[in-house]
Design a binder for this molecule. Structure first.
Ligand code: AP5
Ligand code: MG
Ligand code: ZN
Length: 214
């Protein structure tokens, strides 16, 4: 099963993608997590990406598309995957569609996690992230068992550099401008599913599994 997560920054794409990956036994591929791992590791790719991410801007397509297409060619992707944060622009979506066409494959679902902008800023200020395994927590809505420590891998949780309120605003603007058009793109492709992302995160997941199947 091949799934795309769509939604504004902070809508809960990462939270739901992790649950989907666990339930259906497919890899969770987050371009944001890949960039953050590269920043942490001090790679050239990381240095390039950081300059854009800290401004709330998108990393250029020429960097991002090749990186993602390489990732989905790896052996663990044979049974499918859940993409989180890609595609984010029409050229990214078209490159993905074309690459899959060439292999005689296609995406199964694009899950749009719908949350209004007003709710986003509150969520982001309480978010804590694990840069080691990509897990995401919230100090109120999804607290880790031990404060400041990742349940999954035991690493220290951090505030993301791009979660400052003014950067979140910028990311929302970029989202409406460049990423929201993908909702129409996947509607026309006939694979769009929209869920109400303002519900409790377990409710949201239930709504998603109704569509994906038990
Ligand atoms: P990326 O890491 O993808 O960030 P994003 O899209 O801005 O989304 P977030 O990760 O901030 O939010 P999310 O939807 O995953 O929400 P989460 O589950 O954490 O990208 C970062 C940057 O990298 C981009 O700005 C760009 O520069 C670059 N980049 C990445 N991909 C790119 C691409 N393809 N092209 C170009 N550039 C790219 O949830 C948020 C919070 O809310 C958490 O605290 C969570 O616990 C909580 N929460 C979740 N669900 C609920 C709920 N139902 N109720 C209450 N709280 C909830
Ligand atoms: Mg995320
Ligand atoms: Zn972790």
């Amino acid at each position: 099963m091949k799934i795309i997560m769509l939604g504004a920054p902070g809508a809960g794409k990462g939270t739901q993608a992790k649950k989907i990956a666990e339930k259906y036994g497919i890899p969770h591929i987050s371009t944001g997590d890949i960039f953050r791992a590269n920043i942490k590791g001090g790679t050239e790719l990381g240095m390039k990406a950081k300059a854009y991410m800290d401004q709330g801007q998108l990393v250029p397509d020429d960097v991002t598309i090749g990186m993602l297409l390489d990732r989905i060619s790896e052996a663990d992707c044979e049974k499918g995957y859940v993409l989180d944060g890609f595609p984010r622009t029409i050229p990214q979506a078209e490159s993905l569609t074309n690459a899959l066409n060439e292999r005689g494959e296609k995406m199964d679902y694009a899950v749009n996690v719908d949350v209004p902008d007003e709710a986003i800023v509150t969520r982001m200020s309480g978010r804590r992230a694990c840069l080691a395994c990509g897990a995401t927590y919230h100090i109120v809505f999804n607290a880790p068992k031990t404060e400041g420590v990742c349940d999954t891998c035991g690493e220290k949780l951090v505030l993301r550099d791009d979660d400052k309120p003014e950067t979140v605003q910028k990311r929302l603007t970029v989202y409406h401008d460049q990423t929201q058009p993908l909702i129409d793109y996947y509607q026309q492709a006939g694979i769009l599913v929209t869920v109400d992302g303002t519900k409790d995160l377990n409710e949201v997941f239930k709504d998603i599994t109704v569509v994906l199947g038990e």
